[in-house]
Design a protein around this ligand. Structure first.
Ligand code: MG
Length: 256
């Protein structure tokens, strides 16, 4: 079911968006050689507690998950790209790390992700992957206009990826966001402009392109959660929670 939020409800969603942005800004600043993924999760946990927020991940147990997630942050490093379960790993020079964080504040959820390189990039390909994924997110947001169609967003993301030569996996993509983290509609990272759900003011969605350097195939790590590239190539993931308003897209998780 598609839920449309009133302008007042979208205003109520702003604190959750601001908090998620604040946490990701802090975590990105803390990423460095030697920092443990469990430490990043602990920082996020402490910020949730201090804010009186609720984690969307810790008890998350969908049909595809082996058990409840148990952490508050997804940390996907190098060939991992989505749903990375934090484990005892100290970041190394050149690692490509995606941080995905969702939390509820005042009963409203926001969901956002970013990808950064630890220290000096290992290759120009890693830098380019992150740039293209960032560009795809911006294109998807720009296409989230009232009067448009969901396919406009998907097509805009897909066009950026295709132009850069990346494959696109549409099994996992964006989603409706509201009182809970995952709602309708599914927002695939490729599609046809002018098709699909009409974009009406009040629709709030997570837009989240993710690409792999040389494949569109993934597999689930033996931890039961982490999704890794089939060929070992690097992945990147960028996500914002976006409200469609009368005047255009409003990025609730914008970082200053
Ligand atoms: Mg997310």
């Amino acid at each position: 079911m598609i839920e449309l939020k009133t302008p007042a409800e979208i205003e109520q969603m702003r604190p959750a968006g601001a908090f998620v942005a604040e946490v990701l800004t802090e975590l990105a600043a803390r990423v460095a050689v030697g920092v443990n993924l469990l430490k990043l999760d602990q920082i996020a946990h402490d910020m949730i507690r201090a804010r009186g927020a609720e984690s969307c991940y810790i008890d998350y147990h969908p049909s595809f998950g082996a058990s409840p997630f148990g952490k508050v942050l997804c940390t996907s490093v190098n060939d991992a790209v989505l749903h990375g379960l934090p484990f005892d790993y100290a970041l190394r020079e050149g690692d490509v790390v995606s941080l995905d964080f969702a939390a509820s504040v005042d009963g409203w959820v926001s969901d956002s992700a970013l990808t950064v390189i630890v220290g000096t990039p290992r290759s120009p390909e890693d830098t380019r992957l992150i740039e293209v994924t960032t560009e795809a997110l911006a294109a998807g947001i720009a296409a989230a206009q009232p009067g448009g169609r969901l396919g406009d967003i998907s097509a805009a993301i897909g066009a950026v990826a295709s132009a850069a030569g990346y494959g696109i996996n549409t099994d996992f993509g964006g989603h409706g966001v509201g009182r809970t983290m995952h709602g309708d509609p599914h927002v695939p990272n490729n599609g046809r402009a002018g098709r699909g759900l009409p974009l009406r003011p009040g629709l709030v969605i997570a837009i989240e392109p993710w690409f792999l350097e040389s494949t569109d195939k993934i597999y689930t790590d033996k931890d039961g959660w982490t999704l890794r590239s089939a060929d070992g190539s690097t992945g990147a993931h960028m996500e914002h929670t976006v409200a469609i308003t009368e005047s255009g897209p409003l990025v609730l998780t914008a970082r200053s």
